[in-house]
Ligand binder design. Structure first.
Ligand SMILES: [Zn+2]
Length: 234
């Protein structure tokens, strides 16, 4: 039973300290960080697309007005030189305005290119992390499945063993085990208690030798239940 309990606490420890679980937690936090960054980059790019569409409209409306003025001048319907001169001035001023607006448009296009590149890089990174995360989650689930299967098996074996132990001895074992960090019973190995690792005094060895096989023996040092085996050195 002690062996089963020791195995169960090893399994619990393994489940609680699985390196893969730590790696999974790191991947999850990395993923959510990159996902947020990708979403933020996406918003920047979409704002720039809207800005670009507006800049294109601005350029187009100036171009349209300039075209109308030029058509009017070319039509020959205006004979007043003063009026023609004013129109000419306006066309020139519109050309400067168009050039300024085209600079703005170009600058937005460049920023949009940069934003799009950032979106691509971050989205690729995010997708790769999502893949890593799900692979690691599957690995953790598989290992946990193995641990739980073994745990169920060991628990069943322990229950089978416990059924064959007298109630008072079982109560004593549980009590000592609770008091001693999970180790309630220890073998005697070559005259030594495997619980506290101390050598049993010759007088104790004497009385252990004399004890009936079903007598419950305790280590005088650590109070654990002592188990006799052929390697006990008695
Ligand atoms: Zn001991």
């Amino acid at each position: 039973m002690q062996e089963k309990d020791t195995r169960l606490s090893q399994l619990a420890h393994r489940a609680a300290t699985l390196p893969e679980s730590g790696e999974l937690a790191v991947l999850r936090s990395e993923f959510s960080k990159i996902r947020d960054q990708a979403a933020a980059a996406e918003i920047i790019a979409s704002d720039l697309r809207r800005e670009l569409a507006k800049a294109e409209l601005d350029v187009e409306s100036v171009r349209e007005r300039s075209r109308k003025d030029s058509d009017l001048m070319d039509s020959g319907s205006i004979s007043d030189p003063k009026q023609l001169q004013n129109l000419q001035k306006e066309v020139e001023s519109l050309a400067r305005r168009q050039s300024d607006l085209e600079d703005v448009e170009l600058e937005i296009m460049e920023r949009l290119d940069g934003a799009n590149a950032a979106v691509t890089v971050l989205a690729d990174k995010r997708d790769a992390l999502a893949e890593d995360e799900s692979a690691m989650a599957a690995r953790v689930a598989r290992i946990m499945g193995e641990i739980n299967a073994e745990r169920a098996e060991v628990e069943a074996e322990r229950a089978g063993l416990a059924a064959g132990v007298p109630a008072d001895l079982l109560t004593l074992f549980e009590k000592v085990r609770a008091d001693h960090n999970g180790l309630g019973a220890a073998r005697i190995h070559r005259g030594r208690c495997e619980g506290c690792r101390l050598e049993l005094p010759p007088t104790d060895i004497e009385s252990i030798r004399a004890a009936a096989p079903d007598e419950v023996l305790r280590c005088e040092e650590c109070r654990r239940i002592l188990v006799r085996t052929p390697e006990s050195g008695l």
